[in-house]
Write a protein that binds this ligand. Structure first.
Ligand SMILES: *Cc1c(COP(=O)(O)O)cnc(C)c1O
Length: 497
């Protein structure tokens, strides 16, 4: 498969290269030149297999320069152990026209595991095949979920090392604990005194520091990135849209070819873009409902065609969606513009310089049949958590609650009763404080430690705390390195060279 950059000035010949490179040299994102198509018979066949079978069918067709045997080995390594009950993406029925696709049964209890368990496998086999004889050094700046999922994904993966920088006081207690107790011989997590932007800027500086790159090259290292614009993180996410359709078919909830909706809690636009690509590849989709929190920049985009990041940034109960620049939206705009990379490059330049852009009316019309979008705030999120717990006995995390609340609004306005799959992105225990606030009225959450709160929540709901979260409390602290935001490259030298 050939790939081009959304901004037009880069072209490569294989998925392996796209996965190793991450970002194109011109600042654009890699997109495949054409998309494969899955027929009704393919969908039927998928309904007879396991998650790994579906993954093999989908990945072999998209990543066609990987050998079938290699893909099978990668998916087996990624999705067998480490996922609760060997079921990476169980579908839970809420009522006749609503199901929840739970993507958080992996080692870090958030949906980032779905991609970050597979990406290291795809990367290391690409390194072997392309003959690169170096240790791949993965650098990550994180505000929480990605760091832990990347550490867990690359842990003890041969030929790689990973270093995660997180803001010392900018992540939740649980997220910090998960990162500083990380096991593995090839992992480092470093707390920096600064915020997430400082961490991200520091990592970008390292990536472009010619002197450091040369020193590392001599030390046998080459950089790569595991962030969400990497094609190798997007492709694994296409799989579970097919697997959820297959599960509904198998249960007889829908008939083959019947269209369904997906509601996706959205931040960087990676997850919902994977749904869009699945639809392009033949998955019968009626609506993709893009759910946001109060940082509703995407809601405005789909309603008005204007992307405008010049607005107040809110810290919300759903921090993984507190984003004002949704990087992967660039790939949708490219598609809507019929691969007109000049238009994309112009719009992205405008975004960089002025913080906003507007797409032509025709482009907005092209996606308005498929996409719906809306948002809810923190107060409504708490009400949704309470409502779904009391009406359906379903305990959702704050991000999933945003999706459920937006689905409620969409149904009130549209009267659409199409079967809808709500994509659930985290265990409720990962964001326990806000969930406890919604359900335990007579307690002030600030009085308790995070672990005490989780125990209270468990007692109240009878939903068990997942093992990776209860385990982490008792693990020894293995990473104590801290550094100032200006000292990140020296810290890297000390730890690796
Ligand atoms: C990353 C994340 C999201 C947002 O996903 P995108 O692909 O960035 O849109 C939503 N919920 C949780 C829990 C996440 O970790």
């Amino acid at each position: 498969m050939h790939y081009t950059s959304t901004r037009g000035n880069a072209c490569i010949n294989s998925s392996q290269e796209a996965i190793l490179k991450g970002l194109a040299e011109d600042g654009g994102l890699f997109v495949p030149e054409h998309f494969t198509y899955f027929s009704i018979n393919d969908l039927k066949a998928m309904s007879e297999g396991s998650y790994i079978d579906v993954a093999n069918r989908v990945l072999c067709r998209i990543l066609d320069d990987y050998r079938e045997e290699t893909i099978k080995k990668c998916t087996s390594n990624a999705y067998s152990e480490g996922f609760e009950n060997n079921e990476p993406a169980p579908l839970v029925k809420l009522n006749d026209n609503t199901s929840v696709l739970e993507l958080w049964h992996g080692p870090t209890c958030a949906f980032k595991d779905m991609a970050l368990q597979l990406l290291p496998e795809l990367m290391t086999s690409a390194i072997k095949d392309t003959g690169a004889n170096k240790t791949v050094l993965i650098l990550v700046a994180t505000s929480g979920d990605t760091g832990k999922a990347a550490l867990e994904g690359f842990k003890d993966v041969e030929g790689t090392k990973i270093m995660v920088f997180f803001p010392e006081f900018g992540v939740s207690d649980m997220q910090k604990l998960q990162m500083i107790t990380q096991e593995g011989a090839n992992v480092h997590s470093v707390a920096i005194s600064g915020n997430f932007d400082d961490a991200q800027t520091g990592v970008k500086n390292i990536f472009t520091d010619a002197k450091l790159i040369e020193e590392l090259d001599r030390g046998g290292y080459v950089f790569s990135s595991a962030n969400s614009i990497n094609w190798g993180r997007l492709v694994p996410q296409i799989v579970y849209y097919f697997s959820s359709y297959a599960a509904l078919l198998k249960k007889g909830v829908i008939s083959c070819g019947e269209r369904i909706n997906f509601t996706v809690p959205t931040g960087n636009f990676g997850n919902i873009l994977a749904a869009y690509y699945a639809a392009k590849m033949g998955l019968p989709v009626n609506k993709l409902i893009c759910a946001s929190n109060r940082n509703n920049v995407l809601t405005d985009f789909f309603h008005k065609g204007v992307y405008d990041r010049n607005r107040v940034f809110y810290k919300t109960h759903s921090p993984s969606m507190d984003i004002l620049i949704s990087s992967n939206l660039e790939r949708l705009v490219y598609d809507l513009a019929d691969k007109d990379c000049t238009t994309v490059a112009t719009l992205m330049k405008r975004l960089k310089e002025t913080g906003q852009y507007e797409i032509p009316k025709e482009l907005l019309e092209k996606c308005s049949d498929l996409f719906a979008a809306n948002y809810i705030d923190d107060e409504q999120t708490e009400k949704v958590i309470s409502k779904y717990f009391h009406e359906y006995g379903y305990l959702s995390d704050t991000h999933t609650a945003v999706a459920l609340g937006v689905l409620d609004r969409y149904r009130e306005e549209s009267l659409d009763s199409t079967h809808t799959v709500v994509v659930s992105t985290a265990s409720p225990y990962k964001f326990g404080k806000a969930v406890a606030k919604a359900l335990i009225e007579d307690h002030d959450p600030d009085q308790y430690t995070e672990y005490e709160l989780l125990k209270l929540l468990e007692a109240k709901t009878s939903v068990k705390i997942p093992k990776p979260i209860s385990d982490v409390i008792h693990k020894p602290i293995l990473h104590k390195v801290t550094c100032s935001k200006d000292d990140m490259s020296n810290t890297l030298r000390k730890l690796l060279l």
